[in-house]
Ligand binder design. Structure first.
Ligand SMILES: [Zn+2]
Length: 99
């Protein structure tokens, strides 16, 4: 059993992982230009996040400027990167990201 992280430490850790993931995502946006929001626990997520759960937007959509996870200290949202082909295959809707 490790030391239990405080909410703030937990948030900073998730932020660090998220920043690293985002850097990796940016390396492959030519092939995989879509990001789908994945809400891990709706009970801890904001209603706005739940509304976007399972929907995809382009990586450069302004939405991500303010909503790239971790969005709050309690939200456990994550992002999954997809190509357009994969979205179609999985039936994942693209919202307002076509332009
Ligand atoms: Zn969230």
């Amino acid at each position: 059993m490790g030391k239990r992280l405080s909410e703030e430490e937990n948030y900073q850790l998730r932020k660090k992982h998220s920043d690293e993931q985002r850097k990796r995502i940016m390396l492959s946006v030519d092939t995989f230009p879509y990001l789908m929001l994945d809400v891990a626990d709706p009970r801890r997520a904001k209603p706005e996040c739940c509304a976007m759960d399972g929907k995809a937007l382009r990586y450069d959509h302004p939405y991500w400027t303010d909503h790239y996870p971790p969005c709050t200290k309690t939200c456990l949202c994550g992002v999954i990167q997809y190509s357009e082909k994969m979205l179609l295959k999985h039936g994942i809707p693209i919202v307002d990201g076509g332009n």
